[in-house]
Design a protein around this ligand. Structure first.
Ligand code: T6T
Length: 332
């Protein structure tokens, strides 16, 4: 179980009455004199992200690179081309062959990759799980992520408000067996149960393909012309739903709460195609993971579980610098 050292509750006031309480664990690491210029003897760390091209992970990687430089660590960034176990497993195995001192990874499945991770950990590589995690609690010296159930609850409250607390809604996710998106669905559906006049249709899965999400929202509309709301579980799903609604001329007619804040989602929020974004702080996830590995390399204990902030963004608050600082980047 997590052994959060101390908890600081961060309440981000986001205008339009949308406030999202998050907790962030203060860790003992991160400042204790372990900075040094990267040199031949530097510890080698590899980051394997869930999707190389995803601005969520690009933002994470940029911050991890900066933190690694400050700590004198030699960081290499890898990433899957698709959200698929058969793509990420060979990546893990090839990284294992290089015997890095540390591995930061977003496993694309809660269980299928655990044997490979167990093997790497047994060979002495310290693992930090970033964003997604695995069921086996023995994996990882630290797990750093958003409180995804809380994020799902926030999306449900925001969407219910947008829908006038009545009508039909749909959730489109990536695929079952991803710790983060499964937690968001759990939080969302549990919160939506508090709105008896809202019916939530069975969840659809788009395999992280925007085009699939676009056609799914359109076919849902055809089957349910009264569709009033949608929850997009992540960046590619948010992009896809926005495109699908725009193509169908239904932007604004179907209210959408989407997780994340990559550039196309932000543009869709500005255009009124999406109504709420639940942004995470992937930069904090990346930087804190580097801090935990650095602390471990220097003989200090790591924080087993670290929560990072989220913020609910709407058209009303998106121009506030305290909010727009959470927009994701497509490059460093
Ligand atoms: O929403 C993020 C991440 O938190 C999730 O685990 C997978 O999807 C994203 O990477 C965005 O595409």
């Amino acid at each position: 179980m997590s052994s959060i050292r101390s908890k600081r509750t961060l309440l981000v006031a986001v205008g339009a009455g949308l406030a999202l309480a998050t907790t962030a664990a203060c860790t003992s690491s991160g400042s204790g004199g372990d900075s040094a210029a990267a040199g031949a003897g530097s510890k080698k760390v590899t980051l394997i992200t869930g999707m190389k091209s995803d601005p969520f992970y690009i933002t994470m990687a940029c911050a991890a690179q900066a933190a690694a430089k400050a700590k004198g660590l030699d960081l290499t960034v890898e990433g899957s081309a698709q959200w698929d176990v058969s793509v990420q497993r060979p990546l893990i195995d090839s990284v294992a062959a290089s015997r890095p001192d540390g591995l930061m990874i977003s496993p694309v499945d809660t269980d299928a990759l655990t044997p490979s991770l167990k093997q790497i950990q047994a060979s002495g590589t310290k693992i930090a799980l970033v964003d997604t995690s695995v069921t086996d609690p023995s994996i990882g010296i630290s797990r750093i992520s958003s409180d995804n159930e809380e994020g799902g609850r926030t999306a449900a409250k925001a969407l219910a408000k947008q829908m006038g607390e009545k009508g039909t809604a749909i959730v489109i996710s990536v695929k079952p067996g991803i710790s983060t998106t499964d937690a968001r669905i759990k939080g969302f559906t549990e919160e939506m149960a508090n709105y008896p006049d809202i019916t939530v249709l069975p969840t659809l899965y788009d395999n992280d393909e925007p085009a699939t999400a676009a056609s799914q929202i359109q076919s849902t509309l055809a089957a349910h012309p009264d569709l009033g709301g949608a929850f997009a579980i992540n960046t590619n799903t948010g992009k896809g739903i926005a495109a699908g609604l725009k193509q169908a001329g239904k932007q604004g007619a179907v209210k959408v709460a989407a997780f994340d804040a990559e550039p196309e989602e932000v543009a869709a929020l500005k255009a009124g195609t999406l109504q709420v974004l639940v942004a995470q702080d992937p930069a904090a996830i990346g930087a804190k993971a580097v801090d935990q590995l650095s602390a471990t390399f220097n003989g200090r204990p790591a924080a087993k579980q670290i929560g990072t902030p989220m913020v609910a963004i709407t058209k009303d608050n998106m121009d506030d610098p305290e909010v727009s600082k959470y927009f994701y980047r497509s490059s460093c």
